[in-house]
Design a protein. Structure first.
Length: 136
């Protein structure tokens, strides 16, 4: 998968000039969305098919601060894919040096419009196969 590149915005920093910790979670979502686009299953496509995929768990370990106007490279790895849920791993690096700045994970499930768990093997096996090909 292609690495997601992102330049830090000034408004994402705190009084110390360091990117506020909450922004990393947003960056994970941006990078995951890019990953999904590359696989061919965007969030709008899933929603058109009656599926939502909420975050059920997220974590981030901060290694070194990111500051404005740094540019980061975020690698996304699909680490687990089942018919009911999937998990991702993220590595945030300085785009210029490759130095690791943060690592994280997120877990997601599949729900229908009524909030009920969906078995993607039955509902959309093409989606499941497309993502399984990308699994580590």
């Amino acid at each position: 998968m292609k690495t997601y590149i992102r330049r830090v915005n000034y408004y994402e920093t705190d009084k110390m000039g360091v990117v506020h910790h909450s922004n990393y979670i947003r960056w994970f979502e941006e990078a995951r969305t890019s990953f999904m686009e590359q696989v061919g299953y965007t969030y709008p496509r899933l929603e058109e098919e009656g599926i939502i995929s909420p975050v059920i768990s997220v974590s981030c370990e901060y290694k070194k601060p990111v500051r404005y106007p740094d540019t980061v490279a975020i690698d996304v790895y699909l680490t687990s894919m089942t018919k009911f849920r999937c998990s991702f791993r993220y590595e945030v690096k300085d785009a210029a040096t490759g130095e690791r700045r943060a690592v994280g994970t997120s877990q997601h499930c599949y729900l229908d419009g009524n909030g009920k768990i969906v078995n993607m093997e039955q509902h959309n096996p093409d989606f499941l196969r497309a993502f399984e090909r990308e699994c580590e």
